[in-house]
Design a protein around this ligand. Structure first.
Ligand code: 4AD
Ligand code: MG
Length: 473
């Protein structure tokens, strides 16, 4: 049915033409029936002028596919070029082309905003490399690849919210400004006012205490899990890692969940796996053309792999097993694998390969490697905490999580040793007032997109990437 979302236009630009139903390109392409008096708006992706006929392709971001417009050459105008913004009114008819369902037979074309094609960095019918379009963060969304990526990102975001809402989680807006360093890694951006004259050291702190951009919403989620049982958050997080790597951003989005009354890492891993599989299936079924673009042009090896991965359980190995696997590897590593040392990217890559290029959970990491909040496993000389990382092919660490230390004496002594007791009184309070076994995890949203789409560089899966030495726009 046409016009359900289009509505009649009150304002008629061409008085001689009948009132038109406004359709998005996606609606026009998917229409079942021909229709008179349709109006479509968008940006010109191609212009081909022949003696008898003028062909245009118009895209408005609603789909990867553009709508073909067929017009009499008399409707051609000087400023009707690639990149210009147009409004076309005409008849929607069945297309004689096998590849396209509908096309628009133009009766009037209005150039809303011309485009200077000589200085416009995108060129007609060119497949620009991702590195090239990265230089133009204000324009690259008009390119097919970034267009597809951003539609997938939007769909995946909605699916993440649905997954948690459908499973009884309460969504919490955890703060972006915070006075704690959840991960204790010191990779914080400190917040200052732009006031140049600082009257005194004390006054220079707007909040009276040093404040930072959050590295994780976890501690605030733990507060909320103490009332709502299952909670999640999905927002921007910030890390001042001086890294130009293809997996790190200074501003990225993290999905985090926290579950009360949870005594085993298995439960946390189940949620991670269910979240991953549900969101991925939704993206595959809702954005088939957009995903196809990546699997055709960007990462052909990825084609079919995701469907396979969705059918199988993720693997689980312990950190100690991982170290043994690495020690027996027939290759040498830049960082020698040793119990007690962090797993490096090269190690993560090897482990995933060793397990058959499937997602792998690594559990129970050394106590001394992990942040203060992780639950002590109280095991032998190789002292570990109940931590879990999910490693995936091509990306490495996708999720990090743990059971949290819910026992007051354990937490008190750990915070004391780190000299953090005063700063975390409120966190200790949570262990005094109705403490329960609980745990949770965080998944890097950009790394998730990198993995499912096979995108090599994290800067190409976020609308406006921020990383060291770069904050364009
Ligand atoms: O492993 P991380 O540091 O875990 C936490 O922050 C926990 N507090 C989360 C929780 O339990 N609620 O970060 C979680 C994930 C990583 O596995 C990675 O995917 C992503 O966040 N991540 C980054 N993504 C892009 N750029 C960076 N600089 C990232 N740092 C972490
Ligand atoms: Mg981690």
């Amino acid at each position: 049915m046409l016009g359900a979302r289009g509505g009649w236009w009150a304002l008629r630009r061409c008085a001689s033409l009948p009132r038109a139903v406004r359709l998005r390109v996606r609606e026009a392409l998917g229409a079942r029936e021909p229709a008179e008096a349709v109006r479509v708006q968008g940006w010109v992706r191609s212009v081909r002028s022949q003696k008898e006929v003028l062909f245009l392709h118009i895209n408005d971001g609603s789909s990867l596919e553009s709508l073909q417009v067929v017009a009499d050459p008399s409707l051609e105008k000087k400023d009707l070029t690639f990149g210009s913004a147009v409004e076309v009114q005409g008849k929607l008819v069945k297309s004689p082309h096998r590849m396209q369902n509908m096309e628009l037979q133009a009766e009037a074309i209005h150039v809303v905003g011309p485009c200077d094609i000589w200085s416009f960095p995108l060129k007609m019918r060119e497949r620009h490399p991702l590195e090239y379009v990265r230089q133009f963060p204000h324009l690259r969304c008009r390119n097919n690849t970034l267009g597809a990526l951003l539609r997938i990102r939007s769909e995946a975001t909605a699916s993440i919210h649905s997954f948690f809402q459908d499973n009884g989680y309460v969504h919490i807006h955890t703060p972006i400004i915070t006075s704690n360093d959840c991960e204790g890694a010191g990779e914080l951006f400190q917040i200052e006012t732009s006031r140049e004259e600082k009257e005194s050291v004390e006054k220079s702190h707007f909040f009276n205490v040093p404040a930072f951009l959050t590295v994780s919403g976890q501690l605030h989620l733990e507060v909320m899990a103490g009332a709502f049982t299952h909670v999640f958050t999905f927002g921007p997080t910030f890390r001042a890692e001086n890294s130009q790597s293809r997996r790190h951003l200074a501003e990225f989005y993290m999905v985090e969940a926290e579950l009360s009354f949870t005594e085993s890492l298995q439960d946390i891993m189940q949620v991670m796996e269910d979240l991953f599989k549900t969101v991925t299936s939704t993206v595959l079924s809702k954005c088939p053309c957009d995903v196809e673009l990546f699997h055709k042009y960007i990462a052909p090896a990825q084609k079919g792999r995701l469907e396979q991965m969705l059918k199988h359980k993720f693997m689980i190995i312990s950190y100690s097993e991982a170290v043994e696997i690495l020690k027996q590897a027939p290759q040498t590593f830049t960082f020698k694998p040793e119990w007690g040392c962090d797993l490096q990217t090269e190690h993560e890559k090897y482990l995933v390969k060793h397990c058959g290029e499937v997602p792998v959970f690594v559990v129970n990491y050394p106590y001394d490697l992990k942040p203060f909040y992780m639950r002590d496993n109280e095991d032998g000389p190789q002292h570990t905490v109940a931590a879990v990382d999910l490693l995936v092919p091509g990306v490495g660490e996708l999720c990090g999580g743990s059971l949290r230390e819910e026992r007051l004496p354990f937490l008190e002594s750990r915070l004391q040793r780190l000299g953090l007791t005063d700063a975390y009184q409120w966190y200790l309070d949570l262990r005094k007032f109705g403490s329960v076994p609980h745990g949770g995890f965080g998944m890097g949203f950009e790394r998730y997109l990198q993995y499912i789409l096979g995108v090599d560089n994290i800067k190409d899966v976020i609308p406006f990437p921020r990383f060291s030495h770069s904050c364009l726009l």
